[in-house]
Design a protein around this ligand. Structure first.
Ligand code: GLY
Length: 314
């Protein structure tokens, strides 16, 4: 054989090998789920409890993926767990407002098509994340608030999108086995990204107050490249649109961990306040950062046994 042709074949083989290696490297990070249980001034004895909740939430979301669920299925399942566990500031465990009522905000974002569903200041339901998903998928709108959001909840139950097992409490979607604002970012095996945020808001808030959690780009954001979700004082997070900014840093070429840190540094410089952020990109790279005392975080990459947790203690 002509030596040039041989060299060409050889080069091509190396290239192919290289390509295969690149594909393998990229694929080995997916799927991924990263979950936080809220950044804040956690009491020392509450931190292990927070860690346990985010661990279980990550497992439930990962299980949904393992059973064939999409990133959105897993993100809803994982967030529902945190809303239902009673030990985090979301759903059942939310901090009451000044009237003593649990007044909830939540959002879900589908990075594939920049779609989102949000619900704010809703009272009397436990799982606003499912309602947020219903709003995103089944209505022509994106955001409902207050008493009238309850009418959309009634529509959701009537249409059988979710089954109500007791007043205001819906059954987890079939795919699922069942401090603070909570949230997760999920990237499924196809690289589709979903992000969520769910909260009871800040302590003793005035009824009607809404923070960052249901605000697209502030409480959470996802597109085809990357997803992020934030935790902290909503009035400050909204000023810098923290989740969108963090995703932008990744789009501009920063690695995910540097982007998370840059997001928090920028937030601190501009507001002097405390927050946390978690992020994952379409290849399964992730990052997390906080300038608060702690932010229980759990990550599962590829298989359940790869579960790791962090508390991000300063
Ligand atoms: N980050 C939640 C809130 O401020 O409402």
């Amino acid at each position: 054989m002509n030596p040039d042709a041989l060299l060409f074949l050889f080069k091509d083989a190396i290239l192919d090998k290289h390509r295969i290696r690149i594909v393998e490297t990229v694929m080995t990070h997916l799927p991924i789920i990263i979950v936080h249980g809220g950044a804040g001034n956690w009491k020392d004895d509450r931190i292990p409890v927070g860690v346990e909740h985010v661990q279980n939430a990550a497992k439930s979301g990962f299980q949904a993926l393992a059973e064939g669920g999409s990133a959105i299925d897993a993100a809803e399942t994982c967030t529902m767990y945190m809303e239902s566990c009673g030990g985090l500031n979301a759903g059942k465990g939310a901090r009451p407002n000044q009237d003593g009522l649990l007044e909830l905000d939540a959002m879900i974002v589908d990075g594939k098509n920049l779609q989102f569903g949000s619900v704010a200041a809703i009272i009397g339901i436990q799982n606003p994340i499912s309602l947020a998903r219903y709003i995103m998928e089944k209505t022509e709108y994106n955001f409902f608030a207050g008493e009238n959001a309850k009418r959309v909840y009634e529509m959701m139950i009537k249409e059988g999108f979710r089954k109500e097992i007791e007043k205001g409490v819906v059954k987890a979607p079939k795919i699922s086995p069942a401090g603070d604002t909570v949230g997760c970012v999920v990237v499924d095996e196809e690289g589709n990204i979903a992000a969520t945020s769910s909260t009871g808001g800040i302590s003793k808030k005035l009824p009607g107050r809404v923070g960052d959690s249901p605000i697209m780009g502030s409480g959470a954001y996802a597109n085809e490249t990357c997803g992020a979700t934030a935790t902290g004082y909503g009035e400050h997070i909204m000023r810098v649109v923290l989740s969108r900014m963090t995703v932008l840093y990744v789009e501009e070429g920063l690695d995910t961990q540097s982007a998370a840190q840059k997001g928090i540094d920028m937030f601190q410089n501009k507001t002097g306040s405390e927050a946390g952020i978690i992020v994952a990109d379409k290849n399964g790279h992730f990052g997390f950062a906080t300038n608060a005392k702690a932010m229980p975080t759990a990550i599962i990459q590829q298989k359940l046994s790869n579960l790791v947790t962090h508390t991000c203690l300063k």
